[in-house]
Design a protein around this ligand. Structure first.
Ligand code: AP5
Length: 216
């Protein structure tokens, strides 16, 4: 088994790369952002509690996200490995992940940092939308559906979603949270000799190949 963290600011391409790695190689994607959005959609107590925090672009509490990951790690069947996307985001979350992996007899193999400059991140985030049926990611300019209004992957004509926090005001707060709370993890994993840096500005396939070279 190989367990991998994709680390990077909003719009670095963590979700895009995690989805492809899961489709191609059978990894299990654990995205705390997706889990929290799911809870919001299903109108659970948790969803109601975190909705305002997420819309503003602030971080949800460590206790909540660690609880979500713990549930998945102890319940999900998996023989290939986990890709952590958007988790950990604080030093407390990183410590908790190490302990959780220990407790199930596993370890962390690699932390891949995707770096992209802020200006590009803003362009990516502001144009992003997803298919509401299968979750495929699109971008208004760089990756529109081949036929307008129809998902390339599942053919759904249902609806495309824009995220509530994908606006310039929330994005500024998300970037601030990244540099303040999450970027210390770069040093944390460097010291543990797990960190690998990848330029997140190439094509999706180029970046995918670079990640594959690290994990093979
Ligand atoms: P989360 O959902 O994790 O959002 P994020 O970290 O801000 O990351 P994004 O999903 O915005 O970006 P991404 O790197 O996945 O980029 P993507 O592949 O989509 O978290 C949302 C919120 O939930 C947080 O703000 C917080 O409130 C809460 N939360 C979640 N986890 C938490 C935690 N652990 N602790 C506390 N709170 C937590 O790509 C973006 C766009 O770029 C797409 O349109 C895509 O098509 C395009 N693109 C991707 N790659 C390329 C490329 N190579 N070339 C050109 N375009 C590209």
């Amino acid at each position: 088994m190989k367990n991998l963290i994709l680390l990077g600011p909003p719009g670095a391409g963590k979700g895009t790369q995690a989805r492809t790695l899961c489709e191609k190689y059978g990894f299990v994607q654990l995205s705390t952002g997706d889990m929290l959005r799911e809870a919001k959609k299903d109108e659970t107590d948790l969803g109601r509690k975190v909705a305002g925090i997420m819309a503003k672009g602030e971080l949800v509490t460590d206790e909540i996200v660690i609880g979500l990951i713990e549930k998945k790690l102890t319940n999900d069947e998996n023989e290939i490995g986990f890709i952590f996307d958007g988790f950990p985001r604080t030093l407390a979350q990183a410590d908790a992940l190490g302990n959780l992996l220990d407790s199930i007899g596993q370890s962390l193999d690699h932390v891949v940092e995707l770096f992209v400059d802020d200006e590009k991140l803003v362009q990516r985030i502001i144009g992003r939308f997803t298919c509401s049926s299968c979750g495929e990611l699109y971008h208004k300019i760089t990756k529109p559906p081949e036929n307008a209004g129809i998902c390339d992957v599942c053919g759904s004509k249902d609806k495309f979603n824009f995220r509530q926090d994908d606006n310039e005001v929330s994005l500024k707060i998300r970037l601030l949270a990244y540099y303040r709370d999450t970027s210390p993890l770069i040093g944390y994993y460097h010291v543990l000799n797990k960190l690998r840096k990848i330029n997140g500005l190439g094509s999706v396939d180029e970046i995918q190949n670079n990640i594959r070279n690290i994990i093979k």
